[in-house]
Write a protein that binds this ligand. Structure first.
Ligand code: ZN
Length: 144
């Protein structure tokens, strides 16, 4: 396993705007605060969401479209760079009115209300590069 050690930077607590686009809101926040590396969690609720599961043979995401109000039972992600721009990788467990859950790679969601807890990390630049083995954009560590 390859890795890099980071120092802790600022810790942010943020409230999403009603009806905001989940992924874009986090990217915008990162740009505004000049955060390039972070780990985060989110709790709250969304009006609808698009999750996905990566097909490891076809090398493409199979989408799961959810057009209903859902609780964000669990959501965590990280922020790094791809092509020099903020890139977020997010997974979520979303619960419907009966408590039934859907989970996977979060493509996007429309926020009803949600809270972001974000830990900025300080250290070497962390950029994603295309990995031909998996077809994914994976972390390329600088200090190999
Ligand atoms: Zn993922």
């Amino acid at each position: 396993m390859r890795s890099t050690g980071y120092k802790l930077g600022r810790f942010f607590l943020c409230g999403f705007k009603h009806n905001s686009a989940f992924v874009q809101s986090i990217k915008n926040f990162a740009k505004e605060k000049r955060v390039t590396i972070a780990g985060f969690t989110v709790i709250g609720a969304v009006k609808k969401a698009k999750l996905a599961c990566y097909d490891q043979v076809k090398h493409e995401y199979e989408q799961i479209k959810l057009d209903e109000p859902l609780e964000i039972a669990s959501c965590f992600g990280n922020l790094s760079l791809k092509d020099g721009k903020p890139f977020v990788h997010i997974h979520a467990v979303l619960a419907d009115a009966t408590g039934k859950t859907y989970s996977g790679h979060l493509i996007n969601a429309t926020v009803f209300a949600a809270e972001l807890h974000l830990q900025e990390l300080l250290g070497n630049k962390l950029e994603r590069e295309y990995d031909p083995t998996t077809g994914l954009a994976l972390w390329e560590f600088e200090d190999r």
